[in-house]
Ligand binder design. Sequence first.
Ligand code: KIV
Length: 269
Amino acid sequence: MKKVYKRITVKSLQEMKDSGDKISMLTSYDYTTAGIVDKSGIDVILVGDSASNIMAGHETTLPITLDQMIYHASSVIRAVKRALVVVDLPFGTYQSDSQAALESAIRIMKESGSHAVKLEGGKQIKDSIKRIINAGIPVMGHLGLTPQSIYKFGTYTVRAKEEEEANQLLTDAKYLEKIGCFAIVLEKVPSSLAEKVAKEINIPIIGIGAGNKVDGQVLVLHDLIGMTKEFNPRFLRRYMNLHDDMVDAISNFSKDIKKGSFPNKNEQY
Ligand code: KIV
């Protein structure tokens, strides 16, 4: 029988992997949606730096700042009772040196009250990851397509299709496990490679565009509920078409105002 968790911790996620229970993870950047996501039983809420695209309209995740991530994370944490809340360290706050990385992670934990941080990259950021973990802060890794490196990759296409990159990814994943990461997000890689990583590594592997042979799945909330319309990767399953429903509702509201039918007698004092 599946264990019921009142509160998700990094230990719960490991237990889920060990017992073969899949882990659900979804983004949220604000109080209202975080409350809904948490009530829906999602295990991990990611305050992703995709907020840079989704909330602020930037083309990439690079511009979002540490202060902005802390603002989003503090709004999320106020709504959450059960899920583990993981926050992305934004671009430029951990790549320069491990002292800067530690200070960024501490600010996120102290000022937002979140439970863990996520960093993109493998062995090249090992000193930062080790230092953060040594300070008692749980770290989630992120390999495969790492959007903070988009200008190095050039495109958002599937990563690690070639043997050399696939081997490097597996080596990095093993390394992240060895230095103490509690889980790894694997983004947009062939499902056969993701399956191999999840089999060879004992910590949970959470996929996005990585097939279903991993330990859990993550999506961006606004994609799942269909608020975004232009983003249509193969891995995305839309559960709603909220964009069109909102346009209908809001245009009806506007029409009602123009016709003078809103507010009616029962909607006034
Ligand atoms: O920032 C984000 O939303 C992410 C997910 C896509 C994994 O990193």
